[in-house]
Design a protein. Structure first.
Length: 741
């Protein structure tokens, strides 16, 4: 569908990027394509009627308007078929309004008219009118006269919710649909299956949700959940009423661990696996060389196609390890028979087969940009996430394109601020401009590895509003004006209890540091809003609003676990964070490195002996990393010290090129010159293991050793091997702590 050129359509009407403050449109998001203030105002009171044509969808839209106005003002208006004389809000089908989803809204004394050529435009006109109505209880509201002509620049304006990594209740999903709809976003891409959870009931395969919807976290807690088919139908219907199309994503051939946990015969090795609790890319994928896997996917797609009326089904297709396929004799035979040279070609064949299965039911396949790798049919829609070169490749191949890469909302707010997002011109690429008919639009994905119901809205809002405006009206470019209009939205969002986040920083940014002379750990918390209250516990339990509180700084003089959670007005606002502090003999002692750590991963000097343990996120500021070099660190305990245990913690996060060391040596010395080797251990490093793993090398001795210096040397893995995403590049070695006891 072509990008619509609105400036041409509206003739004499002037497009006003930044209406003056106080103009009726001052608070609208997204900014309409053209707005012109009029004379006088329209009075909304209990005499006002809503006039709507007889057709079913128009009556439904009129009902939506009535309910929204009642919720917002307390006024209960009647919906009627005609009302030429009475003061009215009139909904009208009008073929003179040109463009898909376009509408014309005219607010004048005595009458507000919303005209559109299609029911989608009529609904968006209603949403604009609702935004013009003040949110307060009263017997009458006055709305300044205005004339608006409006239509979206792109037809596909989506938000992707990942409910697989963390399940979200139906009420949460419906509320996001409400908010998307208010800001004229029209596609909910519902990421329903992944390694860590299968969230959609499939009647023919009950174990998908009996087994695949639940996992055991590292602390032993069982978590999960799924949607029954009845709930799915409800959500789809809820979205339809609000002009939102729900596009389901059923991941294949990769990200399939939850399905394989339910039915091990779906993978080539058919090995039993549990639903994983860690994040990353997993080897357990649907077997390309086994007809049973295709029969299963055919059956699943039967039920999915019946539940979702959208003409699209997203099949994922990203991050598929080929290892199990290439290790499988049956799959290799298939490759030979079909002249498929490698794993990529096999994946292309897999996707093509699924695409034909879907086409037979009238559904179009959507996939992440990896579907290009095996050569995909041009009818498929490609969702770009890895970068513009993938988008160019898709366009050159003739595919339609959805841009997602620049809009990942799981990116911390300080790294993708509201302003960054508003200024992102994802469509400026000349290759895009050359093929406007292939540019469907964009999606803002919210991956949920680190997102739960508690912090999801702070990640989504207000950034979703900036995203919505980019897609609806790319001509609106004035950030200050956007911010003014956004701030006019905040009272409404607050009235709905939307837990939106700060615009340019994380909700809370924690920094934990150790001060050796004072033997003091200081947790600093930079709060994104002044009224955030931080409550904490020291026993590992979840803080409540009655737990002790601190402001910007919490000082601790003893080891233990600090768990902190932010609250606003007594309500928990985000997941808690835990900080683990351990005491030991190396604490705060001088450390000398042979090779200098990578400047991005050095943190503070003394980081290896600050008693602060790193998490599985290598960005957490607690890890020290060496790129292409060995780690060689010596701790000076400053006096001869008896010790019975030395531990060193390393990280593997292969997807980020961080591998465990091949060999670790521990040595001690009394003078820093003559070394006595205590232990050397080799590690069988597997670069294909993509799970973030913290690995502790530990030496316990029965009789204490006495020494002043402790030296740890860890051999870097070296060059990343063939098949790895960073092949031929040097690996990193990461360590966070040396513990001497
Ligand atoms: C993706 O982020 N793996 C599509």
């Amino acid at each position: 569908m072509p990008k619509r050129i609105l400036a041409l359509m509206f003739g004499a009407l002037v497009s006003i990027g930044a209406p003056c403050a106080g103009a009726p449109s001052a608070g609208l998001v997204p900014q309409p394509q053209a707005v012109r203030p009029g004379e006088g105002s329209f009075v909304l009171d209990q005499r006002t009627r809503i006039v709507a044509p007889a057709d079913r969808r128009a009556r439904e839209i009129a009902g939506f308007l009535r309910d929204a106005l009642q919720a917002q003002t307390g006024l209960a208006l009647r919906v009627v078929r005609t009302g030429a004389k009475a003061p009215a809000i009139e909904l009208r089908m009008d073929p003179s309004v040109r463009g898909e989803e376009a509408y014309r809204l005219t607010v004048a004394p005595g009458r507000a008219t919303i005209a559109a050529a299609d029911d989608r435009g009529l609904f968006w006109g209603v949403q604009t009118f609702i935004q013009l109505v003040p949110a307060r209880n009263g017997t009458s509201e006055s709305i300044g006269a205005v004339r608006t002509e409006d239509a979206p620049a792109y037809p596909w304006r989506g938000v992707m919710l990942d409910v697989a990594r963390h399940y979200q209740p139906v009420a949460f999903v419906e509320r996001q649909i409400d908010l998307m709809s208010r800001y004229k976003l029209n596609v909910l891409h519902w990421h329903l299956t992944d390694d860590q959870g299968w969230r959609i009931q499939i009647r023919k395969y009950p174990k998908l949700t009996e087994v695949g919807a639940w996992r055991t976290e590292t602390d032993g807690e069982r978590t999960g959940g799924f949607y029954t088919q009845q709930q799915i139908r409800e959500v789809v219907e809820y979205a339809r009423r609000r002009n939102v199309m729900v596009v389901p994503e059923i991941e294949m051939p990769g990200h399939a661990s939850a399905a394989v946990a339910a039915y091990p015969w779906l993978s080539c090795p058919q090995r039993p696996v549990v639903v994983p609790s860690g994040w990353g890319v997993f080897d357990d994928v649907f077997c390309a060389g086994d007809e049973r896997a295709f029969a299963f996917l055919h059956d699943v797609l039967d039920e999915v196609a019946a539940l979702f009326p959208a003409p699209y089904i997203h099949i994922g297709g990203d991050e598929v390890p080929k290892r199990q396929w290439l290790d499988s004799e049956a799959t290799r035979r298939l490759m030979h028979e079909r002249h498929l040279a490698d794993g990529e070609a096999l994946q292309g064949w897999f996707i093509g087969r699924i695409q034909r299965d879907m086409a037979a039911r009238g559904k179009t396949l959507v996939g992440w940009d990896e579907i290009l790798e095996g050569g995909v049919d041009r009818q498929a829609i490609v969702e770009m996430w890895r970068g513009p070169e993938q988008a160019r490749k898709a366009l050159a191949n003739g595919n339609r394109l959805i841009v997602a890469g620049p809009f990942y909302l799981d990116t911390p707010i300080d790294r993708l601020t509201l302003q960054d997002l508003y200024r992102t011109d994802a469509f400026a690429d000349p290759a895009f401009a050359a093929r406007p008919q292939q540019m469907l639009g964009a999606e803002a994905p919210l991956w949920s590895e680190r997102v739960t119901t508690r912090n999801a809205e702070a990640m989504l809002y207000p950034r979703v509003l900036a995203f919505a405006e980019r897609l609806w009206n790319p001509q609106a470019r004035d950030y200050a004006d956007f911010q003014r209009r956004l701030h006019a939205q905040y009272p409404w969002l607050e009235a709905q209890h939307v837990a939106y986040g700060p615009e340019d920083r994380d909700l809370v940014d924690y920094q934990l540091s150790f001060n050796p002379p004072h033997r003091r750990w200081r947790l600093r918390a930079a709060r994104g809003f002044d009224d955030i209250e931080l409550h904490y516990t020291l026993d590992g339990s979840e803080p409540t609003a009655r737990s002790p509180a601190f402001g910007d700084v919490l000082d601790r003089y003893a080891p233990g676990t600090i768990r902190v959670a932010p609250f606003r007005q007594g309500v928990p606002y985000q997941a808690s964070e835990a900080f683990e502090i351990v005491d030991n003999l190396a604490l705060g002692k001088p450390v000398a490195y042979r090779a200098v750590p990578d400047p991005r991963y050095t943190g503070t000097p003394g980081q290896l002996v600050d008693g602060i343990l790193g998490g599985s996120d290598f960005h957490d500021g607690r890890w020290v990393g060496w790129k292409g070099a060995d780690m060689d660190a010596t701790v000076d305990l400053q006096q001869a010290t008896p010790m019975h245990s030395i531990q060193v913690r390393f990280l593997q996060q292969s997807g980020s090129w961080i591998l465990l060391p091949r060999q670790v040596g521990l040595a001690v010395s009394n003078d820093g010159k003559a070394w006595r080797a205590l232990r050397s251990t080799t590690i069988d490093v597997d670069p294909r293991n993509l799970r973030p793993t913290v690995y502790t090398v530990r030496l316990d001795v029965a009789a204490p050793v006495t020494a002043r210096y402790v030296r740890v040397s860890a051999q870097n893995y070296g060059t990343l091997p063939p098949g790895h995403g960073g092949a031929t590049q040097p690996a990193y070695v990461f360590a966070d702590e040396i513990l001497v006891r």
